[in-house]
Every structure is written in structure tokens, then in C-alpha cells.
Design a protein around this ligand. Structure first.
Ligand code: C5P
Length: 300
């Protein structure tokens, strides 16, 4: 066992996030339309004396380097199933916003899993890799497959979706993160005493994805966690308005936030919206990315 393996993994945006009532296990049933976007983390695994994690990138100091990191948990889970010691150095080159609602941690879990599988020659089937991903977290299976998919259950049961074109996005990165469980708890608080409908994917939205119709997708974007994210972080409303004032076709909170996502008409418009968002002072950084993007891929 020698050398190293590098895997590139995309971020995601939820173009629809329909959230049902809390289940007895505390999770929420979802109709979660995932779209992978071209912002990537790279995960490199190298044989080592013991499991350790390092991270580079502008927000590296916010990434946990212990066994709570999904990349470490992925290596341990795969090694455990195959009677191997998880003795690898995992390096994460981080470009996806941390705790931002773009599945950056999930991306690192899926990336480490695929990289360790290649390094150790485990030969795990796609089904086994997906099962381990689902154990690691609700969004991790999608980070492995990429493209676009409808996630049901708690988000881990994936049906691949067709995408008929390229969509251009701007992502406004906020200061600090939001904790996903805290945002779901705020959703529960805000919906207490109301009849929360069963989550269902919107046929109009799925059609817009399938035909690559940006204007139709803009009209159909929806995130049931947005009121909860805005309640916890009211300043996000200013970021959303700054992006639409700058010409974005639509704006929404990405997943549980606090990253906000803006759908633009084309690549030029996306660049203009990103500049205006930065100039507005309502975000820390603005990133341009296109979708769909491929899932976790071995690149070296
Ligand atoms: O699955 P994952 O570990 O990413 O979920 C993090 C937290 O988000 C869960 O502990 C739960 O509080 C919340 N969650 C939820 N319903 C989902 C997915 C996540 O309530 N479908």
C-alpha cells in the first residue's frame, strides 16, 4: 500500500427543500432536490502510521481535525467493514464554504470514502459505498453521486434527475456558519401547532431542470428552511435583496444556510451579480459556479 489518492467532490444547492413534520426519530422527511455545483473540495489520502487529518484553504481553521470530521468517520467506517486499520493521512483542500448549507462536510465524507476505497483496493460496490454514506449523514450519498437527484426519506434515498442545460449561480458566503440541527429545531418552533404538509417534489421544478429552463427554475426555487434560517440570522434578508436588486433572477437560502444562492441568466450576469453582492457589504465573499457538476471523482 503506497502512493496517495486524490478525489474531487462538489458542493450542492437545494433547488427545492420541502420539509415535513419532525419524525419520532427527530429527523424530518424531505423532498430534497439536490443540484451539484462546481465548487469543489479535494480530499487526498496517503498511508500513515495513524489516522490524522489536515486542512488547507481560507477557512481551514473552522474545520474540525478530530474524529468528528466526516472524512475521518468515512475512513473508519470503510476500514471497519473490511478488517483494515484506518491508518491514513487525510488532507482536505477546502474551497466549499464551511457550515454554509452547501454540504461541504458531506463532500469531505464522500471524498474520503472513495479515496480510501481506491487506496486500499477495497473494491466496495456502489451500493456499499452509498450505504456507508447514508450512515454518515443525510446529504453524504448525494455528494458521492453528484449531478441532480431527488432525495426522499431524510434526504438519503436518491432518485437521479435529468438536467437539460447549464445553470449559473452566485453564492454569497456569510460570516460564520449555522448549525443544521439548530435550523431544523427553529423550523419545528416556527411550525408548531400548524399542519405541516407531506413534502413533495414540485413537478414544475423538475420539468424546469429537465428542460434546462433557467427562468422557470427561478420561479420554482423553494426552501422550507428559509424562514428558520432568516429567523436565526435576520441580516440574510439584506443579502437576498442585494442579489435580486443586482439582477439575479431569484434568490434563496442554500439548504440550512447561511450561504445564500442566486440564480443568474448566464455566466456574465452571474459575474455582475457577484461583484454587486461584494460591493453591497452584505456578505463576506461571493462565488460564481455552474451546475450540474459531477459527483466525487478520483483525479489523482
Ligand atoms: O444527517 P445529518 O447528520 O446531516 O443531519 C444533521 C442534523 O440535521 C440531524 O441531527 C437533524 O437534527 C437534522 N436533520 C433533520 N432532518 C433531516 C436531515 C437532518 O432534522 N432530514
Amino acid at each position: 500500500m503506497s502512493g496517495s489518492v486524490t478525489v474531487r467532490v462538489p458542493a450542492k444547492v437545494n433547488v427545492q427543500l420541502a420539509v415535513g413534520a419532525a419524525r419520532p426519530d427527530g429527523f424530518h422527511d424531505l423532498a430534497n432536490v439536490f443540484l451539484a455545483v462546481g465548487l469543489y473540495d479535494e480530499v487526498t489520502v496517503t498511508p500513515a502510521d495513524e489516522l490524522r487529518i489536515t486542512c488547507s484553504g481560507p477557512d481551514a481553521d473552522q474545520v474540525p481535525l478530530d474524529r468528528t470530521n466526516l472524512a475521518a468517520r468515512a475512513a473508519i467506517a470503510l476500514a471497519g467493514r473490511h478488517g483494515i486499520e484506518p491508518d491514513v493521512h487525510i488532507h482536505i483542500a477546502k474551497d466549499i464554504p464551511v457550515a454554509g448549507g452547501m454540504a461541504g462536510g458531506s463532500a469531505d465524507g464522500a471524498g474520503a470514502l472513495l479515496a480510501c476505497d481506491a487506496l486500499w483496493g477495497t473494491g466496495a460496490s456502489r451500493e456499499e459505498l452509498l450505504a456507508i454514506c447514508a450512515e454518515l449523514g443525510s446529504d453524504v450519498p448525494f455528494s458521492l453521486v453528484g449531478g441532480a437527484a431527488l432525495g426522499t426519506g431524510r434526504g438519503e434515498l436518491l432518485t437521479p434527475l435529468e438536467v437539460g442545460g447549464t445553470f449559473h449561480w452566485v453564492f454569497a458566503v456569510a460570516d460564520g456558519g449555522l448549525s443544521t440541527p439548530v435550523v431544523f429545531r427553529e423550523f419545528d418552533r416556527l411550525t408548531e401547532g400548524t399542519d405541516v404538509p407531506l413534502p413533495e417534489a414540485s413537478p414544475v421544478l423538475l420539468d424546469a431542470l429537465r428542460t434546462g429552463d433557467t427562468a422557470a427554475l427561478a420561479d420554482a426555487l423553494a426552501n422550507d428552511l428559509q424562514p428558520a434560517a432568516l429567523s436565526l440570522r435576520p441580516s440574510l434578508a439584506d443579502t437576498l435583496s442585494a442579489g435580486t436588486a443586482a439582477g439575479a433572477l431569484a434568490a434563496l437560502v442554500s439548504g440550512s444556510g447561511p450561504t445564500t444562492a442566486f440564480l443568474a441568466k448566464d455566466a456574465d450576469s452571474a459575474r455582475a451579480v457577484a461583484e454587486a453582492l461584494l460591493a453591497s457589504g452584505t456578505c463576506r465573499a461571493a462565488r460564481v459556479a455552474a451546475s450540474p457538476a459531477a459527483g466525487a471523482t478520483v483525479v489523482g
